[in-house]
Design a binder for this molecule. Structure first.
Ligand code: SAH
Ligand code: SF4
Ligand code: F3S
Length: 456
């Protein structure tokens, strides 16, 4: 973090440190936004604020927004209304940041309809937060800090992480793919990769702090560009695997078009890399995929899956699917069901296509709401009908779990996740602690969780 930016942390701290002020951040959207929020929290703590979970009781509220689907706006405006009411009776600073603030016209809309918002900031100016808060609380300024050029990558921002044993590490920012339905490239800018050394430094620091699991984040992680020494995503994965203490490595999201053999080798050769691969499908029909600008066909996707199934022992897949993309016919949607059946996804994140103004697909002929919902239900039914059968394969196997906490429904049981992200509950022995990795034999399957017995 640059010295002049750090100075504002100090300046705010001098003004508020004895006032016991509380902050709360409400994060909408994906894990990249979550990771940004962790950095905002890190800066706020250094400024002298402490966290409170209910934003209705906070002195400083940040909404970190997402705009990947339509309904997010309504939700945000509702929340702003809630804060307006609170502002009538006491002093609250409201800052709104994140992807939605980068959308065309949004800054003006908020300025006009919600003039009481203290700070509006975008995805490229997060590191100015201390300065912006300073201006808002000391100079009583209404700050607008949204720029449309790709921000530099700021290293060394303080961070307050949500978990103690698993952490996310952003390895690249932005996206160059311009899938025709998607707004992310417009609000997050072009791809920028972090220096590999900085990433490895961060993961080593996590290992030293007792973290066991890291998830490498980016909109398209396998188009990561390193330097002369660590050139690409496969080499980065291999280096991260060498770090002692980190026992599990995940990454999201890779793009099927960039899934090169060296990445497959890295996964196959490193025990630490979790054997659930998130491989966004979006549609199973080649014509729809072309119109989505995904740059692969149904056949290429299935070939990639087959290649990985052959090379990587016990690999399973999760995916993102959009139903009702403009022009999608019933027959074309059948291809999506067909791929879902063939791959047998462990997990499917299903989305109903949502029009995003400014994207190419917004101008195409739309599918009716009824059709979209009908297809969504069909896909969900297919997935649900496979869950029990998919769970059966775990019976009597020994699985490694990272213990995440006590089971929510039964205080005497612990809960953990397999490397394929399945929740398992088990009765702990006296030595087991949260954050340990243990071996558990699966004895029972239930729809949304498994039950097991500790082996060691
Ligand atoms: N970069 C990642 C994910 C980005 S957004 C990737 O390419 O996989 C997360 C998911 O939201 C996408 O995978 C897609 O399935 C969904 N999504 C994006 N835009 C959407 C839209 N306009 N309507 C519905 N779902 C959308
Ligand atoms: Fe959006 Fe496609 Fe980029 Fe993913 S790869 S963020 S879906 S444009
Ligand atoms: Fe949403 Fe921005 Fe992530 S639009 S999905 S929070 S990159």
């Amino acid at each position: 973090m640059q010295e002049n930016k750090k100075n504002f942390i100090k300046l705010v701290n001098e003004k508020i440190s004895n006032k016991n002020l509380k902050y709360s951040i409400l994060t909408m959207g994906c894990q990249l936004n979550e990771n940004d929020s962790e950095k905002m929290a890190g800066m706020l703590e250094k400024m002298g604020y402490s966290e409170i979970s209910d934003y209705k009781n906070a002195d400083l509220v940040i909404f970190n927004t997402c705009c990947v689907r339509e309904n997010a706006e309504e939700r945000l405006f509702g929340k702003i209304g809630e804060i307006k009411k609170i502002k009538e009776s006491r002093n609250v600073i409201l800052a709104i940041g994140g992807c939605m603030m980068q959308e065309d016209g949004m800054l003006q809309k908020i300025k006009k309809s919600y003039p009481f918002v203290n700070v509006i900031f975008g995805t490229h100016t997060m590191q100015n937060l201390p300065e912006n808060i300073y201006k808002a609380i000391i100079e009583n300024e209404k700050v607008k800090d949204v720029i449309d050029i790709d921000g530099e990558i700021y290293e060394g921002l303080p961070i307050k992480r949500n978990d103690k044993f698993k952490a996310s590490v952003t390895i690249m920012y932005g996206c160059n793919n311009f899938c025709t339905y998607c707004i992310v490239p417009y609000v997050r800018g072009r791809e920028r990769s972090r220096e590999p050394e900085k990433i490895l430094e961060e993961v080593k620091a996590l290992a030293k702090d007792g973290y066991k699991e890291v998830t490498l984040l980016g909109q398209n992680v396998n188009s990561y560009i390193g330097n002369n020494k660590i050139k690409n995503f496969a080499e980065l994965l291999n280096e991260v695997c060498k770090i002692d203490g980190i026992e599990r490595i995940r990454f999201i999201s890779p793009h099927p078009k960039d899934f090169t053999d060296d990445v497959i080798e890295a996964i196959a050769n490193n025990e630490k890399i979790c054997k659930i691969i998130h491989l966004p499908l979006q549609s199973g029909n080649s014509k729809v995929l072309k119109e989505m600008n995904r740059k692969y066909t149904k056949e290429q996707y299935l070939e990639l899956v087959d290649k990985m199934k052959k090379r990587i022992t016990n690999v399973v897949f999760s995916t993102d699917i959009i139903v009702g993309f403009p022009g999608e016919t019933d027959e074309e949607f059948e291809d999506t069901l067909d791929v879902a059946r063939k791959v047998n996804f462990e997990q499917i994140f299903m989305f109903i296509y949502s029009v995003r103004e400014g994207t190419v697909a917004a101008k195409m002929e739309q599918v009716s709401e009824d059709k979209k919902h009908e297809r969504f239900e069909k896909l969900k039914d297919l997935y649900d009908s496979r869950v029990d059968e998919n769970n059966e394969k775990y019976l009597n196997t020994v699985q490694k779990l990272l213990i995440e906490g006590k089971s929510k429904n039964n205080n005497e049981m612990f809960e953990g996740r397999t490397d394929t992200n399945k929740v398992v509950i088990f009765r702990p022995n006296s030595e087991n602690k949260i954050g340990d990795i243990v071996c558990v034999k699966i004895t029972e399957t239930h729809k949304w969780y498994l039950k097991g017995e500790i082996v060691k």
